[in-house]
Design a protein around this ligand. Structure first.
Ligand code: GDP
Length: 433
């Protein structure tokens, strides 16, 4: 989908606006899984148009008392990656030098820039907003992101400014995105995979400017690689900035079926790599973790087991994910990596017959019914897989609101045990019968 970036100096209200724009549902999903990672990226929808929103401020280290150079990075990020830029300023403080610097960068940009004057919650302030004309960005929107006033008009303009939606050329082939933090070995992996000859059949440009699907035929598997990092790499310096790699990942992840997450075995499975992992999970994509540079790790009999255990602990509660130990450099287990990605793809597109689902799960539920809540007994009557691209299951029952998270997790685990959804996020819904 398209990307809308929010820029501006600290404390103007970027993250309040961000929280207002992203979907409520998403916030709830996060609360439920207990995951509150990566609060700077989310999906939004307005007038039926979906788009992603990035709070660029969130990716700049120390952005609370920011230096100009950090702001420049933010703006650069937005200029490079976003389709529409929202520049937030603060009517309380008026035009600052930093605002002028940002405006100067933005005036040179050949992309829609929407100026949002924030904290306008009375008429006096609305009058004061006039001074922002001096930024040379034309008309502005007055908003109060704290209560949402004015954000509707702003969103109308955002949607208006988005590039025309192009229906993506659908391909039946699995789409894999190779992502990971800088220097994890993504390019090395891709080189090990496709070698020198780069057997490219077609190039299909997707809906976005620079996410490229390229069709490959390797090891007897046919698939598309969604590669934003490798093919169109800018400067290595930029690539090393966290937010650049996260932005790249966002685009690639949104365009794929299965995320191949390349992780550097010599580093901890933390921060940035976790962000990417949860990004994939939140987008309901299949995931394979490749632990790369395994040749550099000193091993004894328990090393693999311990290492695996450590990673699974970091990705709780979504631990049902394949982990493959590879060396891109020595071309070790590259075939296994792709084979696993294909398996995950198949798991994700799996459709279980309603009769089979009920035959297997109803007896299990009979033996382990949802615990009574406030004296109410929940009776699950039947189960259905929804016709969505990724696995979602509806459990029809009398009192859906009385089923709590732990029981839903129990159901999810049973689905995993019985039907194999290795590497695939699945959704369990309780529905009123
Ligand atoms: P990218 O930024 O994720 O594309 O990472 P690169 O593919 O550019 O790799 C970063 C560095 O790690 C390079 O110096 C590679 O030679 C090295 N590297 C990549 N994979 C391996 C591996 O499996 N083993 C070892 N020892 N080094 C590797």
């Amino acid at each position: 989908s398209n990307i809308v970036a929010i820029v501006g100096r600290p404390n103007v209200g970027k993250s309040t606006l961000f929280n207002r724009l992203i979907k409520r549902r998403e916030a709830i999903v996060d609360a439920v899984s207990g995951v509150t990672r990566d609060r700077h990226y989310g999906k939004s929808e307005w007038n039926g148009r979906e788009f992603s929103v990035i709070d660029t401020g969130g990716y700049v280290v120390g952005s609370d008392d920011v230096f100009e150079v950090e702001i420049d990075k933010q703006v650069e990020l937005a200029i490079d990656e976003a389709d529409v830029i929202i520049f937030v300023v603060d009517v309380e403080t008026g035009v600052t030098g930093m605002d002028e610097d940002v405006a100067e960068l933005l005036r040179r940009v050949n992309k829609p820039v929407l100026l949002a004057v924030n904290k306008v919650d009375n008429n006096k302030r609305a009058e004061n907003a006039v001074e922002f004309y001096s930024l040379g960005l034309g008309d502005y929107f007055t908003i109060a992101s704290i209560n949402g006033s004015g954000t509707g008009d702003l969103l109308d303009a955002v949607v208006e400014a988005l590039p025309e939606y192009i229906e993506e050329e659908e391909s039946d082939l699995p789409r894999f995105a190779v992502v990971g933090r800088p220097n994890a070995g993504k390019s090395s992996f891709i080189n090990a995979l496709i070698g020198e000859e780069r057997y490219i059949v077609t190039d299909i440009a997707g809906t976005t400017r620079d996410a490229i699907d390229t069709k490959y035929n390797q090891f007897g598997f046919e698939f598309n690689l969604v590669d934003t990092a490798g093919i169109r790499r800018k400067s290595k310096v930029k690539e090393d900035l966290e937010f650049y790699s996260v932005m790249r990942s966002v685009r690639a992840i949104e365009h794929c079926d299965v995320v191949i997450l390349v992780h550097d075995a010599t580093r901890g499975f933390d921060g940035q790599v976790q962000n990417i992992f949860w990004l994939a999970e939140r987008n309901r994509k299949g995931i394979v973790i490749l632990v790369n540079k395994w040749d550099l790790v000193e091993k004894d009999t328990n090393t693999v087991r311990d290492y695996e255990k450590q990673i699974r602990k970091e990705i709780e509660p979504f631990t049902d994910v394949p982990i493959v130990f590879i060396s891109a450099l020595n071309k070790q287990r590259i075939f296994k990596a792709i084979e696993t990605a294909v398996e995950v793809y198949n798991n994700r597109s799996k459709k279980i017959k309603t009769s089979k689902l009920n035959e297997v799960l109803l007896p299990i539920i009979e033996n382990n019914p949802p615990p009574a809540l406030k004296g109410k007994y929940v009776k699950i009557k039947y189960i259905m897989q929804l016709p969505t691209p990724q696995p979602q299951f509806a459990f029809f029952c009398n009192l859906p609101q009385y089923v709590r998270e732990p029981y839903k997790r129990f159901l999810e685990n049973k689905l995993r045990e019985e039907f194999n959804f290795h590497g695939v996020p699945i959704s369990v819904y309780m529905r009123k019968k």
